[in-house]
Design a protein around this ligand. Structure first.
Ligand code: FE2
Ligand code: FE2
Length: 196
């Protein structure tokens, strides 16, 4: 799956992609889980989640363009691939392996678990992904920056402030890529990867 991820990223021919791949390797992106207790909380979970989001985003893009051909220009293929594969790079170095006690069949066992540690780069979530990617030299368009920055939508704590509410809705009006990524992320984490 790691090779497929790299192949898809390279297919965009975007300047900076190779440095991004090297940094993701260095920070542990390919071994990281997608969460501590929610979706895909296993090694490689973050990679699988990113690929799922990409698959959902490409499917939604096809359907939207079939409905309205003018959307092809607003949802470029390379942008859809880049934002879906890279929206959660902020999680690369956040999860640390730990242990906790869990009762299995009435007996307590020590089981492996993941804990969060934000100390390496405490910059937030979507904004951290954007900052990291740009710091590594990836060329992003404004629509891509907006989509990654606001991919958590109403789940983003910044959404509590009136100013940020205005920013999110303006970003969604300006770039349909924002709504596309939010939907693809929700379909992947909420349905495909749901444990319920
Ligand atoms: Fe996220
Ligand atoms: Fe995500």
């Amino acid at each position: 799956m790691k090779e497929k991820f790299a192949e898809m990223l390279r297919s965009t021919n975007r300047e900076g992609v190779e440095i991004v791949l090297r940094n993701l390797e260095r920070l542990g992106f390919f071994e990281a889980p997608a969460s501590t207790v929610f979706h895909l909380n296993v090694s490689g979970g973050l990679l699988e989640h990113s690929m799922n989001v990409c698959e959902m985003a490409l499917m939604l893009r096809d359907q939207l363009i079939a409905k309205d051909a003018s959307l092809e220009e607003k949802l470029p293929l390379d942008s859809v691939i880049l934002v879906s594969l890279l929206h959660d790079v902020c999680k690369s170095e956040v999860y640390k392996k730990g242990t906790r006690n869990k009762k299995i069949d009435g007996v307590w066992h020590e089981v492996e678990t993941y804990e969060v540690d934000y100390s390496a780069c405490p910059l937030g979530h979507g904004e951290k992904s954007v900052i990291r990617l740009m710091q590594w030299g990836l060329r992003l368009t404004m629509d891509e920056i907006l989509a990654i920055r606001w991919h958590m939508g109403a789940w983003d704590l910044a959404f509590q402030s009136a100013e940020m509410k205005g920013n999110i809705s303006a970003a969604k009006d300006k770039a349909p890529l924002c709504t596309l990524l939010q939907c693809a992320d929700g379909l992947a984490s909420g349905i495909l990867e749901s444990k319920k």
